[in-house]
Design a protein around this ligand. Structure first.
Ligand code: GUN
Length: 283
């Protein structure tokens, strides 16, 4: 296999070193970019993600504030925390780690975050801005995928992009960003009839289903670009994606691994969005 793996770690490293310089320049001007992360409850996977986000912030010289709340936190308390952060000038980005406990409305929480600090790009105002092509914070995972394509020299224009998954966080915005770059976009999901007949037409296939190794070689067109957004555990507890990497790698022209593919890019784009938010305060 000759260099067909798209290495998210390497691309991330490059972008993060550029961000580190931007952070240093901002600090010179008296603005230290700050990200606040709110974690409700003690889901182990969420804890790991949040720690990784914090560490990444510090590594490039940004400020990182973690607010940990117990799983029985009333919705009102969480909303009040967000209001405080909206008003805190040292905080440029606010991220509430999802999923939230079932007694809290995720939409209410997302809508409480100031759109100007919504570095996840989940607020309906920012989603609207994205859909209409305005300058905004793009959702980090699909944004990261677009950067990976760009850095690999893959232009989506005129290509058939097939997305498996329709979540608000990944699938839906992924299609919009590919459409913006002039791809023809098809969405597949759990109710799609004859999914393979569609995925077999894909020049670019994005898998965001959350099912370990579901995408095998028979889903793939020869020479396709295969982007794996999944983070799952296989039957041995080992980290794996939605794509069966070993089965698909010979048939694909390019493929992203798990780990070391899309994952690092998601955090990198979160840092990018937070730096962007801090820069805006200078204007
Ligand atoms: N949970 C899983 N992915 C994400 C993400 O990108 N942002 C937030 N806030 N929560 C998540």
């Amino acid at each position: 296999m000759k260099n067909k793996t798209i290495n998210g770690k390497d691309i991330s490293k490059k972008i993060r070193s550029e961000l580190e310089e931007e952070v240093a320049a901002l600090i010179e001007k008296g603005v230290k970019p700050g990200l606040a992360v709110i974690l409700v409850g003690d889901d182990p996977a969420s804890k790991t993600y949040v720690k990784s986000k914090q560490k990444s912030c510090r590594e490039i010289g940004m400020e990182s504030l973690l607010i940990e709340l117990p799983s029985d936190t009333p919705e009102e308390t969480l909303l009040a925390e967000i209001t405080k952060l909206n008003e805190n000038d040292a905080i440029h980005g606010i991220l509430v780690q999802l999923p939230l406990p079932s007694h809290i409305s995720e939409m209410k929480v997302i809508e409480k975050i100031s759109p100007e600090k919504d570095v996840d790009g989940f607020h309906p105002i920012n989603i609207g801005r994205m859909m209409t092509g305005q300058d905004t914070f793009l959702p980090c995972t699909p944004f990261g995928v677009m950067e990976m394509l760009k850095h690999t020299g893959i232009d989506p224009e005129g290509k058939h992009a097939v997305i498996i998954g329709r979540s608000n966080i990944v699938g839906k915005p992924m299609g919009q960003l590919l459409l913006r770059e002039n791809a023809t976009v098809t969405y597949c999901h759990s109710r799609t009839a004859d999914m393979k007949s569609l995925t077999n037409q894909a020049d670019i296939l994005v898998a965001a289903v959350g099912k370990p190794k579901m995408i095998t070689a028979d889903y793939i067109k020869e020479g396709a670009v295969v982007i794996d957004v999944g983070i799952n555990r296989d039957e041995n507890g080992k980290l794996c994606g939605d794509v069966d990497f070993d089965d698909v790698k010979e048939k694909a022209a390019f493929i992203t691994p798990v780990p070391g593919g899309v994952g690092p890019m998601t955090i990198t784009m979160l840092l990018y969005n937070t730096v962007k938010s801090a820069k805006r305060t200078l204007n």
